[in-house]
Design a protein around this ligand. Structure first.
Ligand code: MG
Length: 222
């Protein structure tokens, strides 16, 4: 078999393996979006933390942690207050049974990661995004923004966390074209920025790369 065909077939088999492994982890992340996160966590550029904003029951966390753990790279910092997004609340379109029963999704999140043997590669931060950002120190190489999908909150998450992302580091947004608020912010960002370029779009996942700039602009905050 020629090497490119062998590589293509091996990639399909690898995707199917992970799709099957995480089939019982509830969430709104498409299998292909998850597999993309796994690959970015395994082989994405830069050195620094992998940070997720909005973990819910741990579906995207699991894909990120599997990629990073398999490659022997950084643990995943999972930032969430675990009280659900607005759409997960009682009476809302995506009301969460776990949230209704327990008032938090944290226990369910932990049990999902334990069952998948990934809890040792995840550091949960049980806090609102803004509070966690205020306490954050250090570089980030991969940032996944999937918290509150409103325009204001996705803009705020980006502004609070993107400053820590290293040059050649990646920022991923979920639910582009699926939720109007985050979509509006993403379109504005790409229209106005010279600091980032889009590298891939998979279903509703969008990935941008921070471009290298002058040294003073990329200095990490202490
Ligand atoms: Mg989402």
């Amino acid at each position: 078999m020629n090497p490119s065909l062998e590589y293509a077939l091996r990639s399909i088999a690898d995707f199917l393996t992970w799709q099957h492994r995480f089939r019982d982890v509830e969430g709104f992340l498409h299998d292909l979006e998850g597999y993309t996160l796994l690959q970015l966590a395994a082989t994405g550029g830069g050195t620094g933390a992998v940070v997720e904003i909005g973990s819910y029951l741990g579906r995207s966390t699991a894909f990120l942690a599997a990629g990073s753990k398999g490659a022997g790279r950084e643990r995943v910092v999972a930032v969430d207050h675990f009280r659900g997004s607005p759409e997960h609340q009682a009476g809302q379109p995506f009301a969460s049974a776990t949230l209704a029963q327990e008032g938090t999704t944290f226990r369910h999140f932990q049990s999902n990661l334990r069952r998948l043997d990934l809890d040792d590669h995840v550091a949960p931060v049980v806090a609102a995004s803004a509070d966690a950002a205020a306490a954050w120190r250090g570089p980030i190489r991969l940032l996944f923004i999937d918290g509150d999908h409103s325009y204001e909150e996705s803009k705020r998450d980006f502004e609070l966390w993107s400053r820590f992302v290293v040059p050649r580091g990646l920022i991923c947004f979920h639910d582009i074209r699926a939720w109007p608020g985050v979509t509006q912010f993403y379109d504005e960002l790409l229209r106005d920025t010279k600091l980032y370029r889009e590298v891939v779009a998979v279903v509703s996942l969008r990935v941008i790369e921070k471009l290298p700039t002058a040294p003073e602009a990329t200095a990490m905050p202490l």
